[in-house]
Ligand binder design. Sequence first.
Ligand SMILES: [Zn+2]
Length: 317
Amino acid sequence: MELLLLALCCLHFLKTEAVVGNWCYRSQKCEQPQCEDPPRWYLVNKDCNGNKQSPVNIVTKNVVFDKSLKPLTFEGYDVKGSAKWTLENNGHTVKVTLNSSPKFGGGGLGRKYKAVEFHLHWGVPREPQNIPGSEHSIDGEKYPMELHVVHIREDVPNVTEAKKIPEGLAVLAFFVKADKENTNYATLLSELENVQFKGNTKQIDPLPLMSLLPPEEDLRKYYRYEGSLTTPDCHQGVIWTIFVKPVELSLSQLAKFATLHFDSSNSSAMTENFRPPQPLNGREVLWSGASIPLPLAKLLLLLLALALSCTLSSLGH
Ligand SMILES: [Zn+2]
């Protein structure tokens, strides 16, 4: 079997040596044997072989606490803008282009970044196969999905210009776990049927971006590292912020994403659109630190108050 695969690969190599195919995910290889899957993305763009690539597996025992990683501050994230959002099946994911510019700052960064689009990566989000499809992983564990909110430095007009300057791009990444139904996603999910095939677009009513994220008070814990875009051109110089608290969607909500297709109506279902983890190559993953969880903090306060009252009453006797 392995020999056969090897032979097939060699054949494939000979066939595509001269012509570089389009890039694709591994799950598309059967349907499009000529396409370049993640190990060969460097043929599409050599940056994909760079030494600061994303995603990565975060090994929690190796992360470095950085006290400058304070909570992020959000501006316009809770506002429902007036301009429509553009929902698009771009043949790799479902992408939402924003027509307003919610911003974030703080979080140890010297400048503000404005959101330009968000998209998701997923596996096979339905039983019985159920393959988790987040791009980043924590101690080797993946979540069902991962949401990427792509930002550019607020002083540049677009992604192309952001790529020309250092630290021009910042992505906020949120894991998505299977849990209870999240009604805030209802509108977005109901629109997916309008962008089933590659190239389909649909103007949709905007939402406050914050409504798609975990509650703001749960966003204090995050990881930070310097990486790249996770699709070709694999541009490096992207500041990654990966939040510990996941977004929650129900299993049937997760399954809706697999109703999309990579291409036209006869093409395979859009599943497993994630890049495998890339080597850290000596990069440090920073950690915002374990702020004491609220229930524990309350308990400690209560104990302190009790101890104080005991001391005071014993002094009184
Ligand atoms: Zn992404």
